[in-house]
Structures are given as C-alpha cells and as structure tokens.
Design a protein around this ligand. Sequence first.
Ligand SMILES: *Cc1c(COP(=O)(O)O)cnc(C)c1O
Length: 368
Amino acid sequence: MEKILVTRSSMPELEEYVEEIKELFESRWLTNMGVKHNQLEEKLSQYLKVRNILLFSNGHMALELLIQAMGLTGEVITTPFTFASTTHAIVRNGLTPVFCDVNPEDYTIDPEKIEELITEKTSAILPVHVYGHICNVEAIEAIAKKHNLKVIYDAAHAFGEEYRGQGVATFGNASMFSFHATKVFNSIEGGAVCFNNSENGLREKLFGIKNFGIWDEELIKDVGANAKMNEFQAAMGLCNLRHIDRELEKRKAVAEHYNRRLSGIKGLRISKEQDGVKGNYAYYPVIFEPEEFGKSRDDIYELLKVNEIYARKYFYPLTNTFDCYRGMFAMGDTPVALDLSKKVLTLPLYADLRADQVDRICDIILGK
Ligand SMILES: *Cc1c(COP(=O)(O)O)cnc(C)c1O
C-alpha cells in the first residue's frame, strides 16, 4: 500500500540548489543578513505586494518578536482555532490571550463577537487567516479604529494570497508568514513579518530585536533574541520562489479534484471560495457531521490511517483547552470553534499529489 502523508515539502532540483549556494563557499558569509537573505527579501516584497518585509529563522519567532516590537500590553483578543504558535506567542510575551469564537462559514475570528471582549486592558487583535481563508479584514479594521487597537494577522496559511487585488499582508498593522517545510512556500524553516507602513520605527526595531537588540557595535537598545534567517535557508527560499506559481497551479488542480468528488455529499462540508480572494490552496479541511454522514471525523481519521493515509486533525485540540494553560486565564466560551475542532479533518494536499491518489482517498471516505 502506498503511504500518503498530509503534506510533502516542495523542493527544487538538487542542481538548482547547489548552484544557488555555491558562492557561499567562497564568501564564507553564512548568516547575519547576507546576500541571499537580502535578495529573498526583495523578491518576496514584490511577490507579496507589500512594502516592508523582514525575514526570520521561523514563523513563530517572527510573530513573537513582532508582538514585542509593537510594545503590546495587557490583553490580546485572538482565536483558539489555530496552531499552538499563535497563542504561545502572546503568552510568551507576558500578555493575556482573550479567546474569541470563530464564524461557522470560514472558521476565522467572528467580528461580531470581538467588541464584547474589549476591556481597558485590550491592546490588540490577533486573528488568523486559518487554512488561507481570509478574515473579515474590513470589519476587524473598523473595530480596531473605533477602539484604538493594533491588529496583527497570523498569515502563516495565507502566503501569496490577495484580497481585492491587494497583498494579504497589507491589512492590519502587520502580518506574519511561516516558511516552514510544510507550508505552501518554504525556506526549510523560516518566516517573515510584513507591513506597508513602518509606524513608530517598527522596521528598525524588529531588525534590532531579531539580532539580540544590537543596533550597532556599542548600542544595544532592546532585550532581543536571535531569530535571523541564514543564507542556506534564504537560498532554498530563492529556489522555491522561482517555481511557486507552478506549484500553486498544481495545488489548485488537486483541490478542484477533491471538490468534484466531495461536494454535495450529505453531512460533509467543504470550504467555499471566498469573494474577491486569490487563494493558495494551502489546506483541504473537511467537516464531518456524524449524524448526517454516518461516520465521525475520528472514524474517518482511523479508516484513512489503516490505509496508510495520514490526514490531520487541524485544529484539535483548541489552544484554549491546552494542558499548559489550565487555570491560567479565563478560557472563554467558544462553542463554534469547539464544535469544529471535533469535526474537522484536513486531507492530504500538496503539489505532486496525483489524481489517482485523491481518488483513493475519496473512495475510502465515501465507502466506495
Ligand atoms: C506554521 C504556523 C505557525 C508557526 O510557524 P513556524 O514557521 O512553524 O514557526 C504559526 N501559526 C500558524 C497558524 C501556523 O500554521
């Protein structure tokens, strides 16, 4: 039986990567904002249609240090329907996450439930473009303006997406991307912070904080960390970026094949295309309603597993049910997110997944 994992990293041909890293063996400049790093920043800023970009060792550190650089305080309103990183980044900055429920259509933060959670301690909203579904950016911006809050997007799933022709990272005060091996675009590990306007010297501040807070040899202005992207990561990013459009086309074809097989099935819900959004087909989440479908999410997960197909329960458990947070803060009432977390399964999706493999997965799910 052929084993199918939930994802498979995109890579260039070996020769292309070797060519890209050759000059590093002469320059011996391996990290600390080298040539490859700077080239990748420039190319990504164009591709993502955003004015400012800073690269990081990974997406988590990008988010954690962005929160530090923005000087957030007190409480941050966020979603529990996300990867551990989003909530951890808030808590590791000494801030309190306040959990807002998601909407049942696209699983992003429900703007109608944000305002009731705002207190005098709230400093920011941290939504997630989960599965690449773009949040209701207009409604979130209106709330942020009215209450004078910052907005940081976790855009780890939204690489290359556009909303009404604008790069997804141009919304809010800043956005974080992840370039982890499992993501749509990878630099092995890696991440970025993007924003159009560098308010209050955000760019300089982040540039310092990702390098120990060192501004120059004798001026250390911030309690920084080490989160620099190295040259070998950047070289992988440069190679992968050359092929990204083709990769996205292939992902789209896989997603469309799933759509053909899984739409209109009773008790099985797939994602709808969002108006005005250029998507990236990052994930293929399916919601199983056990009463109507006859099988639960966990049944399907096990059934696929015995057939050597490894789907993932993204995002289960919710971050506001994590053991490490027990008794630490009010966990909030997020019934929609809780229900989704018990019913969702993300199916294997990557550029090289073949049509016959998608058929095999769907046949198992549909009991054919
Ligand atoms: C992958 C991911 C992150 C963390 O990114 P890394 O590059 O793995 O550190 C953060 N948030 C979400 C939603 C993610 O999927």
